[in-house]
Design a binder for this molecule. Structure first.
Ligand SMILES: [Zn+2]
Length: 171
């Protein structure tokens, strides 16, 4: 039997300290109810160095083993569905890492590659990404809001930005 009052430590990456630290567990919620596909547990810890609160989630692996602790707050890197092809998840994960490292130009490159990958998956290979996204929107493969956000974020490079200006009637 484990002692419910024992102090439990975790070795995690602190969002505030920007490094790996020891952290003290403050609470755990286990969830294997009907709404969860895989049993999961959510853990609140405090960083032993700065005292800051951090929340992590883990999914159950084989038997009693648990996957790595993924930070869900603050500044959670978004976890994509397993139904998304591995290559796209990798591109997205790399974009997220670049963002955490403040490498913004690299983020744009990775996001662009991810979007090109999505287009290719849908069998669309237009001469530029804006046209590919527009085609995916027309076919219903892409929510129109995502296309608008892409334009607003200017992730599509000069070519796309120029086209967008033309659409607005200023080009
Ligand atoms: Zn810290």
């Amino acid at each position: 039997m484990s002692d419910p009052w024992a102090i439990v430590k975790h070795f995690v990456r602190c969002y505030y300290c920007k490094k790996a630290v020891n952290a003290t567990e403050a609470g755990v919620v286990h969830d294997d109810g009907p709404r969860t596909f895989i049993p999961e547990r959510t853990t609140l810890v405090s960083c032993d160095e700065c005292g800051g609160p951090l929340v992590f989630r883990q999914y159950q692996a084989d038997g009693d083993a648990w996957d790595d602790m993924d930070r869900v707050w603050p500044g959670a890197p978004r976890r994509l569905s397993w139904s998304i092809p591995k290559e796209l998840r990798q591109e997205h994960a790399e974009a997220t890492k670049c963002l955490e490292a403040n490498a913004f130009t690299a983020v744009v490159v990775m996001v662009r590659r991810t979007l090109e990958g999505v287009a290719a998956l849908h069998g669309i290979a237009e001469r530029n990404l804006m046209k590919s996204l527009a085609m995916m929107q027309d076919s219903g493969a892409l929510d129109p809001r995502l296309v608008e956000w892409s334009k607003a974020l200017r992730v599509l490079g000069n070519e796309g930005a120029r086209e967008y200006q033309e659409e607005l009637g200023s080009g």
